[in-house]
Ligand binder design. Structure first.
Ligand code: ADP
Ligand code: MG
Length: 351
């Protein structure tokens, strides 16, 4: 298995009019057999990085190593793509429409000059693992989205690659089968222990597949951590917002009886002691709750009285906007599993 190391990998696209720094000194180490995720908004440089690792493009500066072997450096392709032993699945899956599933999967084996029997065994084995044995003689148009994706995955895996690259592999699937597709990829990665890099703009992909993840924003790697740490300790507000909605507020620091609060209108948010007079708060919606009760147990702190201003509903949750009783200016959004009436007075809590 292979460890992937990038040293100051930089990619600059130059055209007559402008220069785009797609990757800016990316330094990372992906361990052998690891399932690594890369999260970043559209245009962050994710696909560019995958193409450089695959050998479809070269870095403008910096070096790429597989274990101790230098595979690419400053505009030099040292190991060509066909010698990198990489399996890749793109967002579009890129199946050949005029070939059956079997022939699509067989395609990468053509260069190996193996016997028909050997080829058949490899294809049957991988088809079995992916649950597509019964559709091998179908054409892509005769397959469901989930089956097409599994054919693309089988094609990427049939040569026993040492690195698997998945570029937004789930975004073309129906939302209702995305979870099972993620679980399948996670299971196969775990069984085969292939060094796997999954890039996506969707944190759900990263949370379900990656043991560790890097966050790329504007071509820069800004954080590498376990997904749970990226969630709980995002390094910037921008990173925090890639993972979910935030309530953002400007607070004034007040000390009361030895405790520190960030005060916003009539709301007082308990926070750790800090040496500042003002603070910008970013609060995850799931860490806020409203209730008629005056206490919700030891995990929840009372922030203050609030009035329901707007209430909407989507996919099983009520999105409720509350404001302080005295004015309409400070809006706080909470996600609740039951409805509240506009105008209702409640208590606002934070976890
Ligand atoms: P992502 O996959 O994260 O959405 P990309 O790696 O595709 O981002 O693109 C990163 C940046 O590089 C974008 O600004 C994009 O427009 C630019 N870019 C990508 N490929 C090329 C190219 N071949 N020529 C010029 N600019 C490019
Ligand atoms: Mg992309």
């Amino acid at each position: 298995m292979v460890k992937v190391i990038t040293k100051d990998v930089t990619k600059i696209f130059k055209s007559k009019k402008k220069e785009v720094v797609a990757l800016d000194k990316i330094n990372m180490e992906i361990n052998s057999g690891e399932s690594f995720g890369i999260l970043g908004p559209s245009g962050a440089g994710k696909t560019t990085l995958m193409r450089i690792i695959a050998g479809l493009d070269v870095p403008t500066a910096g070096e790429l190593y597989f274990n101790d072997e230098l595979v690419a450096a400053s505009n030099r392709l040292i190991v060509p793509p066909e010698d990198r032993n990489i399996g890749m699945v793109f967002q579009t899956w890129a199946l050949y429409p005029n070939m059956t599933a079997y022939d699509n999967i067989a395609f990468p084996l053509k260069s190996l000059k193996i016997s028909k029997a050997e080829e058949q065994k490899k294809i049957n084995d991988i088809a079995e693992i992916l649950g597509i044995s019964h559709v091998l003689n179908h054409y892509p148009r005769e397959l469901s989205g989930g089956q097409q994706q599994r054919v693309a995955l089988a094609r990427a895996l049939v040569k026993n690659p040492s690195i698997l690259l998945l570029d937004e592999p789930f975004s073309n699937l129906d939302a209702r089968i995305r979870d099972s597709a993620r679980a399948l990829v996670r299971r196969i990665q775990n069984e085969l222990k292939i060094t796997t890099i999954t890039v996506s703009h969707d944190p759900a992909d990263i949370f379900s597949i990656a043991e560790r993840a890097g966050v790329i924003v504007h071509g820069k790697l800004v954080q590498v951590d376990k997904p749970s740490i990226i969630y709980s300790k995002p390094i910037t507000v921008e990173v925090a917002k890639l993972i979910g909605d935030l309530v953002e507020l400007n607070g004034r620091i007040e000390d009361r009886n030895g405790a520190t609060y960030a005060v916003v209108d009539d709301f007082s948010f308990p926070i750790n002691k800090i040496n500042a007079s003002n603070v910008r708060l970013g609060i995850r919606l799931e860490d806020l709750k409203i209730s008629k009760e005056s206490s919700l147990g030891s995990d929840w702190f009372l922030v203050g009285r609030a009035r329901v201003k707007v209430s909407s509903y989507s996919s099983g949750l009520f999105r409720v906007t509350v404001v302080p009783p005295s004015n309409d200016n400070t809006e706080v959004v909470v996600m609740m599993d039951k409805p509240f009436d506009v105008g209702e007075e409640v208590n606002l809590f934070i976890r």
